[in-house]
Design a protein around this ligand. Structure first.
Ligand SMILES: C[S@@+](CC[C@H](N)C(=O)[O-])C[C@H]1O[C@@H](n2cnc3c(N)ncnc32)[C@H](O)[C@@H]1O
Length: 254
């Protein structure tokens, strides 16, 4: 499909209020097998459905991965966590990606350190199946429940739900309408799952192992005590270029 299709697609997505209309239109035009498919995809996008659910793919750390409709769409902002985690994973090491979703973080770890063992866990069977489709051995479970407490992991990562329940209504309308609440709702202060991740990681990581979690707002402050109680001696939050908190890297006392 050529220029006229692209121009029409951009026009429709601009009219629908898509902020990345040109980028999305180019991706749809490149992936659609014919005009009818493109038209159907544009209609779905006009309703607010995530582009990744429509094409069945997303890009994370320059890698094209599969995405099943209904599974949380991995965010560009999480790439920094994945890269930091990969830098801490030694050859032949072990990594556990809790709340793995489509397995984006785990897939990056496995690609960067091919000799490592990387396991994903998600409570949603559809998400775990999607992660497996992306080459990540993933089990369906509540956080680290099925994992033996042998303190053998070098790295634990988690992009757990961390939006405070009262703030869910502030999320973009399309996110509220389409994305699964189980992937977003972190309870009253957003940290119900994250606190459990911190406690579990303290037991699963070897001395000197690293936990990397995604958080926002000023959640780093509320986690200072839980991280210390779980045995993390080094705690390094990071912020993005807009000075928004994006994550915490924490190392167990060696
Ligand atoms: C914000 S999404 C992150 C997914 C993925 N890590 C990513 O960055 O794209 C949170 C994920 O946590 C999963 N989840 C929610 N509660 C969970 C629990 N108690 N145990 C395991 N996974 C859980 C959801 O199903 C969802 O896939």
């Amino acid at each position: 499909m050529g220029g006229p299709s692209l121009a029409r697609a951009v026009e429709r997505l601009v009219a629908a209020g898509c902020v990345a209309a040109e980028e999305e239109a180019a991706a749809f035009v490149a992936a659609a097998r014919d005009e009818a498919t493109l038209d159907a995809w544009l209609s779905r996008r006009e309703q607010g459905e995530p582009p990744g659910w429509i094409t069945g793919t997303f890009v994370f750390c320059d890698r094209v991965l599969q995405l099943t409709p209904g599974v949380y769409v991995p965010r560009y902002q999480t790439e920094e966590l994945a890269r930091r985690a990969a830098a801490q994973l030694p050859p032949g090491g072990w990594a556990l990606d809790l709340c793995t979703g489509a397995g984006a973080v785990a897939a990056h770890l496995a690609a960067q350190v091919p000799t490592a063992t990387v396991i994903g866990v998600d409570i949603d069977p559809v998400a775990a199946a999607c992660a497996r489709g992306n080459g990540v051995p993933a089990v369906v479970a509540d956080l680290a429940a099925p994992v033996r407490r042998e303190r053998r992991f070098d790295v634990v990562t988690a992009v757990a739900p961390y939006v405070p329940t009262p703030d869910l209504q502030l999320l973009p309308a399309d996110v509220q309408r389409y994305e699964p609440r189980v992937a977003l709702d972190g309870g009253d202060d957003g940290l119900d799952h994250v606190r459990r991740v911190v406690a579990a990681a303290g037991q699963l990581l070897r001395p000197g192992g690293w936990l990397l979690i995604e958080v926002g707002g000023d959640q780093d402050r509320a986690l200072t005590e839980p991280l210390a109680a779980a045995g993390f001696g080094v705690v390094t939050p990071w912020w993005d270029e807009d000075d928004d908190l994006r994550g915490i890297a924490a190392q167990t006392t060696g």
